[in-house]
Design a protein around this ligand. Structure first.
Ligand code: CA
Length: 231
C-alpha cells in the first residue's frame, strides 16, 4: 500500500477530485472539512501525508500546519498546502511554518499526484537517514538491518512484530487502541478480529519482556489497548 493521505479541505468537489485521483493511484484517502476536524483526524490516524487547504472554517490552514509541526507525533508528517493564486503571502508563511510543498488552485490532478509522490519519496529517504537506530530501555532496533537486540541479545521478529515494536518505540507512553493498531499495522482493508493484536502483543512480550506475565514495557491499558512504557 503506497500510503494514507489526509485531505483537509472544505470544498467538497475539490475533496472528491483529489480523492478520485489518489484512490486511482492506490493511496488510501481520508478527509476532514474544517481545520479543527483536520487536526483531530491527523492526530488520530497519523497519515503518511497531509494535503491542507489554507482557507478553512473553524481553524485556518496555517494554524493547523503550525500545530501539527509543534506536536511530536505529527511533526514529521509531510504537508502539502493548497492555496489560491492570490494568497502568495500565506503560501510563503505556510512553507516557513514547515509545509513541505504547495499546489496552487486551480491545479491539475496529475500535478498534485506527482507532488504527493515526490514529497513522500523525499520524506521516506530522509526518515531512513535520520532514524537508523531506535533505542529505548533495554531494546535497540536497527531499522536498516532489521535487527533487534533486547538486553544485548539478538531476537528474531516477524516483519509485523518488527513494525509493531517500531511503532511502540517511536511513541513511548502513548496508549494505542486495538482498532488503531489493526488499521495502522494491517491496513484498513483488514477487517480482522482485534484478537490478532492481542496475539501479537503476547508474542512480542515473550520476546522482549523478562517475565511476559508481568510486563515491564508492553503494558495493557485497561479499556483502551496497549502502551509502551519507555523512557
Ligand atoms: Ca477552502
Amino acid at each position: 500500500m503506497p500510503g494514507t493521505i489526509a485531505i483537509v479541505e472544505d470544498e467538497a468537489n475539490i475533496v472528491e477530485l483529489i480523492k478520485y485521483n489518489l484512490d486511482r493511484e492506490g493511496y488510501r484517502t481520508i478527509s476532514a472539512s474544517n481545520g479543527r476536524k483536520g487536526l483531530e483526524l491527523v492526530r488520530k490516524e497519523l497519515p503518511d501525508l497531509v494535503i491542507l487547504d489554507l482557507m478553512l472554517p473553524e481553524l485556518d490552514g496555517l494554524s493547523v500546519c503550525k500545530q501539527l509541526r509543534s506536536e511530536p507525533q505529527t511533526k514529521s508528517i509531510p504537508i502539502i498546502i493548497l492555496t489560491a493564486k492570490s494568497e502568495e503571502a500565506d503560501r510563503v508563511l505556510g512553507l516557513e511554518m514547515g509545509a513541505d510543498d504547495y499546489v496552487t488552485k486551480p491545479f491539475s490532478p496529475r500535478e498534485l499526484v506527482a507532488r504527493v509522490r515526490a514529497v513522500l519519496r523525499r520524506s521516506g529517504s530522509m526518515e531512513e537517514e535520520e532514524q537508523e537506530i531506535i533505542e529505548n530501555g533495554v531494546i535497540r532496533m536497527d531499522l536498516r538491518q532489521h535487527l533487534v537486540k533486547v538486553r544485548g541479545e539478538e531476537v528474531e521478529l516477524t516483519p509485523k512484530e518488527f513494525d509493531f515494536l517500531k511503532l511502540l518505540l517511536l511513541n513511548p507512553g502513548r496508549a494505542f487502541t486495538r482498532e488503531f493498531l489493526l488499521e495502522h499495522l494491517w491496513g484498513y482493508e483488514y477487517f480482522g478480529d482485534t484478537r490478532t493484536v492481542d496475539v501479537h502483543v503476547r508474542r512480542l512480550r515473550q520476546k522482549i519482556e523478562k517475565d511476559p506475565a508481568t510486563p515491564e514495557y508492553l503494558e495493557t491499558v485497561r479499556g483502551v489497548g496497549y502502551r509502551f512504557r519507555g523512557e
